[in-house]
Design a protein around this ligand. Structure first.
Ligand SMILES: [Zn+2]
Length: 343
């Protein structure tokens, strides 16, 4: 009898120390202590040998022991069910967390933000507009005549339900919306995505990004345009970069010019990027055509303005020497990871 009481104390110590990590271990515990051939049953069987006058006392001890084992089993079971694993009660907060990989800014966004910040310092505000445009804002208001090749079905994505809607082919449509609602002085840049129906290759894509700028006020001259763009190039590419303007044609500016910078790769000596000329084209620009100003009720005898537009992909290609336009939209982390830490 005393021996059994001692055994119960030893078992209690064992049971208190027992821990289970899996539902299988909990089941082992149940079989060992609470099963039909388990320890609790065996000790209960000892009741037969207990003298009558001590049966009550002994029965109490055995009941307590049984309850003790059942409570332990219940707590093991609750903490080892599949659902319980991972609830807050079971999380060891001192363990190191699962690593979360920090993303990186997309190279096009890095460059877009740099362009925006340079022009903001010159007092340009940022304007944005819809990517689905109507014919007027994309073409008509911008002085593109009906037979202009840019209107060709080959080059523009028209919306099939309503052919007078299209995916904007340039962010000039945003300039149109600004001139529609604001009076000079106007000084905005328009960053955004634009669409052209081009075959996708290393050098062309069906969508790309532009930043266009517009400055309209009294006495705005071509000298202002040049000074603004010189400042931009020096801030973007450094003081050593040379700049040249070439006469060009755009329907919405007159006169128009394309701007080249000296090749950053070969420093003007000639390489594949600059097609061995030492120069690379980075943007188009010009004085806003009087017809465009008049389209918005801005008096072209009183006001003048300049406009420019550049491709963000082009600037990014030059800055980071990206050779294939398709890399920008493939979501390949091997490419994107190379911009880690750039903000
Ligand atoms: Zn070169």
């Amino acid at each position: 009898m005393e021996q059994i009481l001692q055994q119960i104390d030893t078992h209690k110590e064992e049971i208190t120390a027992f821990s289970a990590q899996t539902p299988e271990q909990v089941e082992e515990f149940r079989i060992k202590y609470l099963g039909t051939k388990g320890l609790v049953k065996a000790i209960m069987g000892e009741m037969r040998n207990v003298p009558n006058e001590r049966k009550k006392e002994f029965g109490q001890v055995l009941n307590d022991f049984k309850l003790f084992v059942e409570e332990k089993y219940e707590s093991l079971r609750q903490s080892n069910t599949r659902e319980a694993k991972g609830t807050s009660a079971q999380i060891d907060w001192s363990l190191p967390g699962d690593p979360i990989t920090a993303g990186t800014r997309h190279p096009l966004n890095i460059v877009r933000n740099q362009i925006v910040s340079i022009f903001k310092r010159l007092g340009f505000a940022v304007a944005e507009g819809p990517e689905i445009e109507d014919d007027w804002h994309n073409f008509g208001a911008m002085n593109l005549p009906e037979d202009h090749p840019a209107r060709d079905m080959q080059d523009t994505f028209y919306i099939s339900q309503n052919p007078s809607w299209l995916l904007r082919t340039h962010t000039s449509s945003v300039q149109a919306r600004v001139m529609e609602t604001q009076k000079p002085p106007i000084r905005v840049i328009c960053p955004g995505r634009v669409y052209r129906n081009e075959t996708i290759s290393a050098r062309a894509h069906c969508f790309f990004h532009q930043v266009e700028g517009l400055y309209v006020d009294e006495n705005v001259s071509f000298a202002d345009l040049k000074q603004t763009l010189y400042f931009f190039v020096q801030e973007m590419f450094g003081n050593d970069v040379k700049v040249r303007f070439r006469p060009s044609y755009f329907p919405f500016t007159e006169p128009s010019a394309e701007m080249d910078i000296s090749c950053l790769i070969c420093k003007g000596k000639g390489c594949n990027i600059c097609k061995h000329t030492g120069w690379v084209e980075i943007l188009g620009s010009g004085m806003v055509h009087p017809n465009v100003l008049d389209n918005f009720g801005i008096d072209s005898n009183k006001y003048t303005g300049f406009a420019f537009g550049m491709g963000v992909e082009r600037i990014t290609q030059l800055k980071y020497q990206v050779n294939d336009l398709r890399l920008y939209s493939q979501n390949d982390v091997r490419f994107l990871k190379q911009f880690t830490g750039v903000v």
